[in-house]
Design a protein around this ligand. Structure first.
Ligand SMILES: [Fe+2]
Length: 184
């Protein structure tokens, strides 16, 4: 008997310098600082469109020991973008921040990879509309990403589902359902 969680809700990373990491995730990912936890040298961050309380936690470790490459455990966190346009923009942002590490196509999802100041790896991905997965319904490949072609095909099409828009500071979140199917 299993109880299936709805989805992955948040991640928490150990980092060497919490301030440096907060700067990175606010400047590169546009996250908002929810609050700090002084006792744990911690900070909690929110993605403004997620509708979540916090999406990422950062806990400082006094005597930081970097993980050896390919050590067993977490490889990367995959963060979802809404449009392929955002994926193109994010590629530029990561290059500007010196955080870009690579890119690939997984068939139904298109990905850009990067690393934060501690070397924690992440992925920024955009997913094809559900009715366009086709042969990738039950397959995940690793192929070269042709971002220009993907942009040409899919520009402007949101696929992340329900996003929270226009979230005023101190106000009430306005849930906004985005129609994932394109009309043309
Ligand atoms: Fe991934």
């Amino acid at each position: 008997m299993a109880v299936s969680p709805v989805r992955l809700n948040h991640a928490v990373l150990f980092v060497a310098d919490v301030d440096r990491s907060v700067r990175f995730y606010t400047e590169v990912f546009g996250m908002q600082l929810v609050g700090r936890e002084a006792r744990l040298a911690g900070a909690f961050l929110r993605l403004p469109r997620s509708g979540n309380h916090h999406d990422l936690g950062l806990f400082g470790v006094a005597e930081a020991v970097p993980q050896p490459a390919r050590s067993v455990g977490l490889y990367h966190l995959g963060w979802q973008l809404d449009t392929v346009d955002e994926l193109v923009e994010m590629r530029r942002v990561l290059l500007d921040a010196g955080a870009y590490t690579g890119e690939s196509s997984h068939g139904a999802t298109k990905s850009i990879y990067g690393a934060d100041p501690d070397g924690n790896q992440f992925e920024l991905m955009w997913m094809l509309p559900r009715d366009q997965w086709g042969i990738y319904e039950n397959a995940a490949v690793v192929e070269r990403l042709d971002l220009a072609e993907e942009f040409e095909t899919w520009s402007g099409l949101p696929t992340a589902g329900a996003l929270v828009h226009d979230h005023p500071v101190g106000g009430v979140a306005q849930p906004h359902a985005v129609n994932p199917s394109k009309e043309n």
